[in-house]
Design a protein around this ligand. Structure first.
Ligand code: GLU
Length: 294
């Protein structure tokens, strides 16, 4: 139609994607609120996705607690399929990357690994040992005599992958346009020895399957986004926007974490605290004593 401006508005679809391996704390509350409000305030969809691909670490009994935590905060999420029901899509992507010659097996035990330190911090670093695996790179595809049946992990050959895609960019709605630097994390593991997919691969595929248009998560996963952008290009997946939010830290500047026994939402909920009030305080940047955002 001539003379009529047609404005296409993309509906915001966001997600909160906790891994059920420990009770949620205030840092998760903030992530959940950011994801929820970004979508709901714009009449979009906010999804809760349970990232349970690491079956050995997943504690299914926590999922009901997570739902109760969200309701307690006054957040209204639609639920999407957990990762344990999406294993086929991970296997297909791994086949494709392997056929394209972009994966190589890593047979190192942790003790054997002679890894370089990655240039960027990554919350998932300890699980993926994200650096070039020099031991395995020496003889890609070779199997040491005594290790024929030992489980292998599969790493992404970052340099080759970047060569395939060429330069990539992505956008963070707070930090602005970014040039992708997947090399900062090195040859990340995409398939760990004992799971169908590592976080980077599973989350990227799920975000596409769930038609996420805005990926919100903490600043500690900023570097991971470079990898996710690369995987999107390699696997022809849609490219969302990102929003990395500041983290809640304690007096020593450490971010809250499940492993550091930060007070759980479930404990707060059971103690009778008002979750909606807490959510309002977090929204306005008012944190409990001793905590700050940065
Ligand atoms: N399950 C991931 C985590 O808890 C989610 C990270 C993300 O939002 O991408 O670290």
């Amino acid at each position: 139609m001539r003379g009529v401006a047609i404005v296409t508005k993309i509906m915001i679809v966001s997600r909160f994607a906790p891994s059920p391996n420990g009770p949620l704390h205030l840092g998760h509350a903030l992530s959940a609120i950011v994801a929820h409000d970004a979508a709901r305030d714009a009449n979009g969809r906010a999804l809760l996705r349970i990232e349970d691909v690491d079956a050995a670490r997943a504690r299914p009994e926590l999922v009901a607690e997570y739902r109760a935590d969200m309701a307690w905060l006054g957040l209204d999420f639609d639920e999407t399929a957990p990762q344990s029901l999406r294993l086929n899509s991970y296997a297909e992507a791994v086949d494709r990357l392997n056929t394209d010659g972009l994966l190589y097996p890593c047979r190192c035990s942790r003790a054997e690994q002679a890894h370089e330190k990655p240039a960027a911090e990554d919350r998932h670093a300890d699980r993926t040992t994200p650096a070039r695996c020099r031991v395995c790179r020496v003889g890609i595809g070779e199997v040491k005599d005594d290790e024929g049946s030992a489980p292998v992990a599969w790493r992404l050959d970052i340099i080759e992958a970047m060569r395939c895609t060429g330069p990539l960019t992505w956008n963070d709605v707070r930090a602005g346009p970014q040039n992708a630097r997947p090399d900062l994390l090195g040859d990340v593991v995409l398939v760990p020895k004992h799971a169908a997919a590592a976080y980077h691969l599973a989350a990227t595929l799920d975000d596409a399957a769930d038609e996420i248009t805005l990926v919100t998560r903490g600043q500690d996963l900023f570097a991971a986004t470079h990898i996710h952008r690369l995987l999107q290009a390699l696997l022809d997946l849609p490219v969302p926007q990102w929003l990395h939010h500041p983290l809640i830290r304690d007096e020593s500047g450490e971010k809250l974490s499940k492993s550091r026994f930060s007070a759980s939402m479930a404990d707060r909920r059971r103690s009778g605290e008002d979750g909606r009030k807490l959510a309002q305080s977090l929204r306005s940047g008012k944190l409990p004593a001793g905590l700050h955002l940065s």
